[in-house]
Design a protein. Structure first.
Length: 68
């Protein structure tokens, strides 16, 4: 298991948090997602085989941007 912390741009409300949680949570191997629109932080607990690129692409697909 690994923990990934991302700074995500574009979350402005609780609805955005839920969209992020649902979309990232649907990725195979993701066990837990915690999103906070106030801080822009998304914490993900996932199996080792989950790729960061897949998470970033999923976030981009739903209208958010990972800040590097």
């Amino acid at each position: 298991m690994k923990e990934i912390t991302l700074n995500v741009k574009g979350m402005v409300c609780g609805g955005c948090e839920n969209r992020v949680k649902n979309a990232v949570g649907a990725i195979k191997g993701v066990k837990n997602v915690d999103a906070n629109f106030n801080t822009g932080i998304v914490k993900i607990e996932a199996c080792e085989n989950v790729k960061l690129e897949e998470i970033e692409e999923t976030l981009n697909d739903i209208g958010f941007e990972v800040v590097k």
